[in-house]
Design a protein around this ligand. Structure first.
Ligand code: ADP
Ligand code: MG
Length: 238
């Protein structure tokens, strides 16, 4: 069974249909990127997956459970958003461990898992620093650390790099790719940047106006775009 199954999900705000019936099966360990122009419904889709917005219709399964009506905290997912807010008064160690502490995990276990996450993300030397004493890239890694420390079924990321400058963005793309290879957690990643989508994804979901235009691996999209919109959006000659 797929790791994430989105079945005929639609979303309307009053008369505005933001998502047309949308179905997508995501395999265990897959890195899927939702991409499309601003306003096409990417963030809405991710919020529905996360449980931050209810779907108007349809069902969502994560792992082997239906989660359609479950609260975000009960879905076994971790989110990384564009405006990743680290707690300024807490150290890196406390920031990474915060979610576990809130869940009542015991201190030895928190320390062990924070140390593991810090090692994976190479922030061990900064564990006792406060966020203000970190670079943008280090802060972004701490934000990722907060997600991976929970060992979730899936990561959901909404434009996690868009606040970074161009050079760091390219660097962090590679870091997120390497992190994904190392821990292999199913990831749904949202971006409006087609280069980011084409370089990071196992499969790309191209959206426009709340509709899926095509779902395919990057080389397939490039060689066989389904329509002119897809070809124009990814800059394919076809
Ligand atoms: P994207 O992330 O692709 O830029 P969004 O999912 O944020 O797009 O938004 C898709 C559409 O839904 C936009 O037209 C947006 O204005 C609309 N929208 C998003 N949230 C709401 C809301 N809470 N109420 C009404 N319209 C909304
Ligand atoms: Mg968005």
């Amino acid at each position: 069974m797929a790791n994430i199954s989105i079945r005929n999900v639609s979303k309307s705000y009053g008369a505005l249909n933001v998502l047309r019936p949308f179905s997508l099966e995501i395999e265990h360990g897959e890195f899927v990127v939702l991409v499309g122009p601003s306003g096409c419904g990417k963030s809405t889709m991710l919020k529905i997956l996360a449980g931050l917005e209810p779907a108007t219709e349809g069902q969502i399964f994560i792992g082997d459970r239906e989660v359609t009506d479950l609260a975000p905290g009960d879905r076994d997912i971790a989110m990384v958003f564009q405006n990743y807010a680290l707690y300024p008064h807490l150290t890196v160690r406390q920031n990474i461990g915060f979610g576990l502490k809130m869940r009542g995990t015991d201190k030895t276990e928190i320390d062990r898992r924070v140390d593991d996450a810090a090692r994976i993300l190479e922030v061990t030397p900064y564990l006792d620093r406060k966020p203000k004493d970190l670079s943008g890239g280090q802060r972004q890694r701490v934000a990722l650390g907060r997600a991976i420390v929970r060992q979730p079924q899936a990561f959901l990321m909404d434009e996690p790099l868009s606040n970074l400058d161009a050079k760091l963005r390219v660097h962090m793309r590679a870091e997120i790719g390497a992190l994904h290879k190392r821990i292999g957690v199913t990831t749904v990643y949202v971006t409006h940047d087609q280069v980011e989508a084409m370089t990071m994804a196992d499969r790309v979901v191209i959206m426009q106006g709340g509709l899926i235009q095509q779902i395919a691996a990057p080389d397939e999209l490039f060689n066989n775009p389904a329509n002119l919109f897809v070809a124009g959006f990814i800059g394919s000659p076809g």
